[in-house]
Design a protein around this ligand. Sequence first.
Ligand code: ADP
Ligand code: MG
Length: 268
Amino acid sequence: MSTALAVKGLDAAIDGKQILNDLSIEVPFGEIHALMGPNGSGKSTLCHVLTGKREYEVLDGTVAVDGRDIMTLDVDERSRVGLLQSFQYPTEVPGVRLREFLLEAADERGIPADEAEARLNEEARRFGMEPFLDRSLNEDLSGGEKKRSEIFQMAVLRPRMAMLDEIDSGLDIDAVKQVAEAVEGMRSPELGVLIITHYSRILRYLTPDRIHVMIDGRIVDSGGKELAEELEAGGYEAVRERLGIERPTTDEPTKKPADFFTDTPFDV
Ligand code: ADP
Ligand code: MG
């Protein structure tokens, strides 16, 4: 059986600066993996490279989704193969109802209208999203409701490989717990999930099959529960120390001014 996601030896750059270094990661169908790493380690870059954002230059490596090489495909083709990324900061789209938005997205993916309608109603019931279907997309939703809405959208679209970037950012602890339960509710033999975060707290409520730690654009360690415990207790510093990875010369990685606006402003 093929793997949901197989990345091998990926090197990628933006603006001439190499961000991903010989990165390899595999997510089998039916599993939920966590990709954890400090701010600026390249987690979102990995998502953007995989979804096919133009600004990124792929220098080397291969990426397969459901056994299909996707690197030669454009953004839309990749989503039809079944790769889906949730948005780090869901935008509010006044005037477009969640129901219309989702039926349109389903149509783009070649899901027949009656099938889409049936899934939409079934999943709305399961995720408690019925009250939101006829409201504007994301408008006036709390942080936790927006994330739940994203997971609900994925449940309707049924990707083969889902990447959830910063799924727990800016949420209070009750919402983190709800989001973790919703992710667990997505688990299916037809789907691979990669949850991406720099906080370890979501791991209190969710047990991924595997945890990968990313530092400076490469996966430095992968493991199970024991890795979650190490991160919870000693943060990335403990992992760096154990593996003998030197700290960068500056405390914070260089960020463009615009990055500060899209970074999570606080931890709860
Ligand atoms: P993470 O999601 O792990 O916080 P990112 O993938 O957002 O990390 O960023 C990884 C590195 O890439 C950071 O050092 C960041 O400054 C750099 N980076 C991101 N976008 C650009 C860009 N457009 N030009 C140059 N460097 C960038
Ligand atoms: Mg990020």
